[in-house]
Design a protein around this ligand. Structure first.
Ligand code: PGA
Length: 251
């Protein structure tokens, strides 16, 4: 049985005071949540959010990191630095990083491996653009992205990652994938993991859906057999909407 994970990606929003206030409100509303809860604040508020979340079930992720252990990489943050401040997870290869910061399949694969080596749980993102979907290339693109990650890992390592399927055309657009579209790709990704690393790994690994997840569509998405949670942007920035997602079973 895979436990659901509801993850809030705060992107480039929130000062430290705002971030702490949000996590305090989230903590108050968690009782009875059916799955796991995670927030991914900007680097600048990681320390404060880790402190605020301490002793609660809220896990804290970074939104990116470098794959090298250390070095002359001005402006970058290493896996060990994230671990050092108490971060347990890291979002990698988000489409905004692929699109605006030239992240490649190979780079995302290296980061995924480096996160595992540092004892972090990577949440590695894949997903097709609108033009790729319209050209009928969704499965080819997702396979290429997923395979790059899987090929960098042993089966034991692969079993420790989380994958997020986020169709780029659904991110921040209000255009959520239909349940059929989401389930189709999630099942495909799970089969692919099974083909590369064995069926038990595919069955155990959590695959999150991301892209315009809101309180009014979350229940249907979470009911899909291969959707194991959500990676949420916009609706994670306010406690009331995020808590509705956390309590997806009651919507
Ligand atoms: P959205 O973002 O929920 O605002 O569509 C999702 C994401 O980018 O992770």
């Amino acid at each position: 049985m895979r436990r659901k994970l509801i993850a809030g990606n705060w992107k480039m929003y929130k000062t430290t005071a705002e971030a702490v206030a949000l996590v305090e409100e989230i903590k108050k509303g968690l009782a009875g949540a059916p799955g796991d809860t995670l927030v991914a604040p900007p680097f600048t508020s990681l320390v404060a959010v880790v402190a605020a979340a301490k002793g609660s079930p809220v896990a804290v992720a970074a939104q990116n990191m470098h794959f090298e252990k250390e070095g002359a990489f001005t402006g970058e943050v290493s896996p060990a630095m994230l671990k050092d401040v108490g971060t347990t997870h890291v979002v990698l290869g988000h489409s905004e990083r692929r699109q605006h910061f030239a992240e490649t399949d190979e780079g995302v694969a290296r980061k995924t491996k480096a996160a595992l080596d540092a004892g972090l749980v990577p949440i590695s993102c894949v997903g097709e653009t609108l033009s790729e979907r319209e050209a009928g290339k969704t499965m080819d693109v997702v396979k290429r992205q997923v395979d790059a990650i899987l090929n960098a890992l042993t089966p034991e390592e692969a079993a420790r990652i989380v994958i997020a399927y986020e169709p780029v055309w659904a991110i921040g657009t209000g255009k959520v994938a239909t349940p059929e579209q989401a389930q189709e790709v999630h099942a495909f990704v799970r089969l692919r993991i099974g083909a590369v690393h064995g069926r038990p790994v595919g069955e155990a690994l959590r695959i999150l859906y991301g892209g315009s997840v809101k309180p009014d569509n979350v229940k249907g998405l979470m009911a899909l057999p291969d959707v194991d949670g959500a990676l949420v942007g916009g609706a994670s920035l306010k406690a009331d909407s995020f808590l509705k997602l956390v309590h997806y079973d009651k919507q």
